[in-house]
Design a protein around this ligand. Structure first.
Ligand SMILES: [Ca+2]
Ligand SMILES: [Ca+2]
Ligand SMILES: [Ca+2]
Ligand SMILES: [Ca+2]
Length: 485
């Protein structure tokens, strides 16, 4: 395991790069909070909602479809944008005081293929919406990108700002006035002439009518984390935040010189100069099984699971390109508990489909670990993993979602799962609905369903309620490319 000083994170002041760390200061506390619902409850009726990314592509516009529980009479509402809009989706709070209730659970949409500035291509933007209960629609509060609305950094062609999103999630009933920090991945960012090093930008959004971003922090590679801004590391390809810890995937990082072996940067959300150093988690870390190999793509997916009270969380990292024996790209997932000083606590474990407690069997191209999440299942929290390249019988790439350690896994041929297995469904390519967002049911994307019309499963068989099946409306638009929160 390599340790780095915190200075890999650049805290940017309004007037440019600051060499010293500035402690984040929250706005003044207000007397009471109105945020009584969870961060996945956009319409604030007390029941979690489901947001589905429909990024379109190939010239087709993107969208996000949100199923609102609406006090027992569910409604579906759609926000639309440029091609690629909906590649990433999350929720974030801008609540600052009384009267800000509609800012408790805002919808955040990444649109990495659009440009907000003339002369740039695929620089990317992030759009923040609040649910207007009277108008019964999501209203755009503002669009955020480097050099726009107070976001520091430099807009850049091909950066793909908004390709991944994560935010501090607010459990129901918390009364803290602190706004939540939003993390935005821009994996195509070039640094110092090194292509696609990647970068993660974080900030919080205020509650004003004309909202601005504040306290921008940029996480980037380079001294002293790496000798130079590693080309093609693609930092910010995946993101997850929980329990004050942020995990940032860089699946192209050349761990031990192996191209595309991958790694995950694990850091504190609000780290200061006296806090522990960031952790570079990889298959070269002490206590982590396996070894870095070309094309493992460790960190292509990440998920942070909150730990017991007073303890740091567990990080799940998918390596869908991991070869298992002779099986190329069978994939694996590493489960690492993170200690309070940001080190791997004890021995991490790495599982593949031939490991004890795992459904299926190792085959080339399974791509286990393309997505990772967690879910409530019965009375416990389980780790969820997608294997979108899983063949079901002779049906190629139908996909499977499975748990770690329980032996349970589901395809569209499993009892209680709607739909049928077809080639290229890619069930499990995306996962959402983790308990940390207040969600009570998991969401499983099937973006290849029916000629990439796409579909989403809500809930799991045996989870106490029938599994719901949501489907897209247009061929090729990839409904379920991402599911959130
Ligand atoms: Ca709701
Ligand atoms: Ca490996
Ligand atoms: Ca398999
Ligand atoms: Ca199907």
């Amino acid at each position: 395991m390599r340790r780095v000083r915190r200075t890999n994170r650049v805290i940017v002041a309004a007037v440019g790069l600051a060499a010293t760390s500035l402690l984040w200061t929250a706005p003044p506390a207000s007397a009471a909070s109105g945020c009584s619902t969870s961060s996945s409850d956009f319409d604030r009726d007390g029941t979690p909602d489901v947001a589905v990314g429909v990024p379109g592509g190939a010239g087709r516009n993107g969208a996000v479809q949100v199923r609102l529980s609406n006090e027992g009479e569910p409604i579906t509402t759609t926000v639309t944008g440029a091609p690629g809009f909906g590649t990433a989706v999350t929720s974030v709070s801008s609540y600052a005081g009384a009267g800000d209730d509609e800012l408790c659970s805002q919808l955040v949409v990444g649109s990495p293929d659009e440009s907000t500035r003339a002369g740039l291509r695929r620089s990317g933007a992030v759009h923040v919406y609040a649910w207007d209960a009277a108008a019964q629609r999501f209203v755009l509060r503002g669009s955020f990108a480097p050099q726009a609305r107070g976001v520091q950094g430099t807009a850049q062609s091909g950066a793909r700002f908004g390709a991944a999103l994560a935010a501090e999630q607010r459990p129901a009933g918390t009364t803290g006035p602190s706004p939540a920090r939003l993390f935005v991945g821009a994996p195509g960012t070039d640094l110092g002439g090194f292509p696609d090093t990647g970068q993660v930008t974080s900030f919080w959004v205020d509650a004003e009518d004309d909202p601005l971003a504040h306290e921008t922090e940029l996480t980037r590679l380079g001294e002293p984390l790496t000798d130079e801004p590693t080309p093609r590391a693609a930092l910010g390809s995946s993101l997850s935040v929980a329990d004050g810890v942020v995990a940032m995937g860089m699946p192209g990082f050349p761990t031990r010189g192996q191209a595309g072996a991958g790694a995950v940067l694990v850091d504190l959300v609000d780290g200061g100069p006296d806090d522990p150093n960031a952790l570079v988690l990889s298959q070269a870390s002490a206590g982590v099984p396996g070894s870095p190999e070309k094309g493992d793509r460790f960190g292509a997916s990440v998920h942070v699971v909150p730990g017991p009270a007073g303890q740091r969380p567990t990080v799940l990292a998918g390596a869908p390109g991991e070869d298992v024996g002779e099986a190329a790209d069978a994939g694996s997932v590493t489960v690492a508990r993170i200690s309070p000083d940001l080190e791997v606590s004890g021995a991490a474990r790495t599982v593949h489909q031939d490991s004890a407690g795992m459904a299926g069997s190792v085959e080339a191209g399974d791509q286990l670990g393309a997505a990772v999440s967690s879910a409530r299942y019965g009375s416990s929290t389980v780790y969820l993993v997608g294997a979108p390249g899983e063949d079901v019988g002779t049906v190629r790439d139908a996909g499977m979602v499975q748990t770690i350690g329980t032996g349970k896994g589901w395809t569209q041929s499993s009892a209680g799962v709607p739909g049928t297995v077809e080639p290229g469904d890619r069930l499990g390519a995306s996962l959402g609905g983790s308990p940390a967002t207040g969600a009570t049911r998991s969401s499983v994307g099937i973006p290849g369903e029916d000629a990439s019309t796409g579909a989403v499963l809500v809930g799991l068989p045996g989870g106490g309620r029938p599994v719901s099946y949501l489907k897209g409306t247009q061929v090729g638009n990839r409904f379920g490319f991402t599911v959130a929160p």
